[in-house]
Design a protein around this ligand. Structure first.
Ligand code: UT7
Length: 347
């Protein structure tokens, strides 16, 4: 884990100035899953909180969803694509093993000047990206960064495994981060990993460890495998810990939080983490009933919808937190100021 590093001397901050979101049109409701596996709408709603999710159709790639979200975020920030310095795409379901999906997005949106790379930290990827983007902006290495969370995990779901196929959905969302006054934007972060649990949630074949063969594909080794109970216990513990570490990095406490925007994996995990932090339900944002777990897209989709619904106002302290395969985790504390209080060009 990176140690908390409050920096009272920092000369500029990094704030979110644009937001975009893209989800596939195809909806898969719980009752449709009842036709595939031995499950019920009642079990899924009670045990997870999910009612429906979006499914990417053939041709609806991770990069296509990511590019739409990125374009909208750039327009929302009132920038042109060629003003973007860097594109970071948090994803674990890129279009190819390589090159990076961020490069495909760069081409699609015409951000010719932008450096582009992916962040592979699964469902914590967006929170990792906020830490990386903020550090680059604060240091003066970059000015306009597009950070995307995008995944099409349903491509890797085993539709005969009821313990996983009910959980995941597809989507993307993006933000534009720009220089701000030091007291605005990203105030603190905490990211970490415990690689000793890398097999708690993984895809067994398709990488250099196990090449895909017809026999392995037939045995569904190209589909995700999860020890759900293990991940559940880890998530409840780490969400609270990561948020408190990020708040300490920002010299704040849980009492200062106006809105908690957690990874949308399971309503029971979210409620347990919020209780541990002493947050009342009205300070917790949830939209997993409509999207399920969209992996790296989950936190930014929730952020996009929270902002669109007027749940965040200027000056609010929001906390983002994600956890996922790796196992990884990340949390960010942000003072929300959509409108710059000074001329960003001089920062
Ligand atoms: O981004 C990170 C991704 N991962 C996660 O966040 C996952 C974290 N884990 C979880 O959310 C939960 O562990 C699950 C939702 C995956 C499972 O919930 P659970 O309450 O831990 O259920 P369980 O695994 O203990 O299973 C309880 C029962 C079992 O039946 P028996 O053995 O008691 O007869 C399962 O076979 O529920 C059964 N079950 C189901 N029944 C109906 C498991 N999945 C289903 C299902 N429909 N879809």
């Amino acid at each position: 884990m990176l140690s908390p590093a409050s920096s009272p001397t920092r000369r500029r901050g990094a704030a979110i100035r644009g937001l975009g979101m893209a989800v596939p049109a195809t909806v898969l409701a719980n009752h449709q899953l009842e036709e595939l596996v031995a499950t019920s709408d009642e079990w899924i709603v009670t045990r997870t909180g999910i009612r429906e999710r979006r499914i990417a159709r053939d041709g609806e790639t991770t990069s296509a969803l990511a590019a739409k979200a990125a374009r909208d975020a750039i327009a929302d920030a009132q920038l042109e694509p060629d003003e973007i310095d860097m594109i970071l795409c948090a994803t674990c379901t890129g279009d190819y093993l390589w090159p990076a999906t961020a490069c495909i997005v760069q081409d699609a949106i015409g951000s010719r000047r932008a450096a582009a790379f992916d962040i592979s930290a699964a469902c914590a990827g967006f929170c990792y990206g906020v830490e990386v983007a903020a550090a680059l902006i604060e240091s003066g290495k970059a000015n306009n960064i597009v950070l995307i969370g995008a995944d099409t995990l349903t491509r890797h779901v085993d539709w005969s495994d009821r313990s996983t196929c009910v959980l995941f959905g597809d989507g993307a969302a993006a933000v534009v981060l720009r220089p701000s006054e030091p007291a605005q934007g990203v105030l603190g972060s905490s990211i970490g990993a415990d690689g000793s649990h890398h097999r708690s949630l993984f895809i067994p074949a398709g990488g250099t460890q196990s090449r895909l063969t017809p026999a392995l594909i037939a045995a569904r080794y190209d589909k995700l495998v999860m020890r759900g109970g293990e991940v559940f216990k880890f998530a409840v513990r780490i969400m609270g810990e990561a948020c408190l570490n990020a708040l300490a990095d920002a010299s704040l406490s849980a009492d200062d939080v106006d809105l908690f925007i957690p990874h949308q994996a399971n309503i029971r995990i979210i409620n347990a983490a919020a209780t541990r932090m002493g947050l009342p339900p009205e300070k917790v944002f949830c939209n997993l009933e409509r999207y399920g777990n969209t992996s790296a897209a989950s936190v930014p989709i929730a952020l996009f919808e929270a902002a669109a619904m007027g749940r965040i106002k200027d000056g609010d302290i929001i906390v983002l937190v994600g956890f996922g395969a790796g196992l990884t985790w990340g949390a960010n504390v942000i003072r929300w100021e959509r409108t710059p209080t000074s001329d960003e060009a001089v920062l």
